[in-house]
Structure formats: C-alpha cells, structure tokens
Design a protein around this ligand. Structure first.
Ligand SMILES: [Zn+2]
Ligand SMILES: [Zn+2]
Length: 134
C-alpha cells in the first residue's frame, strides 16, 4: 500500500512505498518533547521506500539508546516529520501524525515505558519494553 503524508503547512510532502516494519508508541524523553508530553507514535520503515519533496531542517542529538539521531523538521511550521539513527542506514522513522491517514496503521508495541511519567496510560494490549527493544 502506498502512503502519503507531510508537515502541517504542506511545504514538505512524502511518499512511502513499503509496509512499516514496526508501529510503536515511544515514551523516550526525546519523544515527549516533540509530542508535547505524550508518547510519540512512529512507524519504522525502509529508507529506500521513502521519497520526499520540500526543504527539511535537521537536528542531531544522542538518544537515550546511545544512538546518534537525526531529526528532520519543516523549517516553516516546525513539524517533525522523520528521524533516523545515523548507525542504521537501512531504516528510518516517520511520525504517524504526519501521515495523511494516521488511521491505517496500528501500534503493536510501546517502548521506553521506564521514562513515562506516572500518569501515562499504557495500553496493556501492547507489547511493552522499558527501553529500546533489541
Ligand atoms: Zn511545514
Ligand atoms: Zn522516542
């Protein structure tokens, strides 16, 4: 199935031509910043299956996993669209909120529950990991 998406203002648009390898909620501290306090919902996809148009700004940091993460944002509206580990050239991450239809993916996993705040609601139906799954 072909999926499309983009940032809030429309300056960045992308196409995804492969099924997600994983769909998961992430409670890592980094995701809490970009999701305004809640868990982020992400799909992990093959990099080769993603093409995009429009200018992205990038910000690199070291994640709690120890990986070097590069996060790509729309410079106009600030939406974070993609992230990628610089140690993993095969896969990248797309923020589910940027899909044109976020309803057609289904989270199966919740990760970094150890850094979730006490009020977090963690769905017991999801496979849970305290940190990064191996
Ligand atoms: Zn934008
Ligand atoms: Zn995260």
């Amino acid at each position: 199935m072909r999926r499309t998406g983009g940032c809030r203002c429309g300056a960045v648009r992308y196409t995804l031509e492969a099924e997600p390898v994983a769909t998961r909620l992430c409670w890592c501290r980094d995701c809490q910043y970009w999701s305004n306090g809640n868990a982020a919902v992400n799909i992990v996809v093959p990099r080769a299956a993603v093409s995009h148009a429009g200018a992205l700004r990038q910000w690199d940091s070291r994640a709690a996993s120890g990986r070097h993460m590069r996060r790509s944002f729309c410079g106009d509206c600030g939406t974070q669209v993609f992230s990628e580990s610089l140690e993993n050239v095969e896969l990248m991450v797309i923020r589910v909120g940027t899909l044109d239809d976020p309803a057609d993916v289904q989270p199966t996993m919740v990760i970094w529950t150890a850094s979730a705040p006490p009020w977090a609601r963690i769905d017991p139906a999801l496979q849970a990991f305290p940190g990064q799954p191996s």
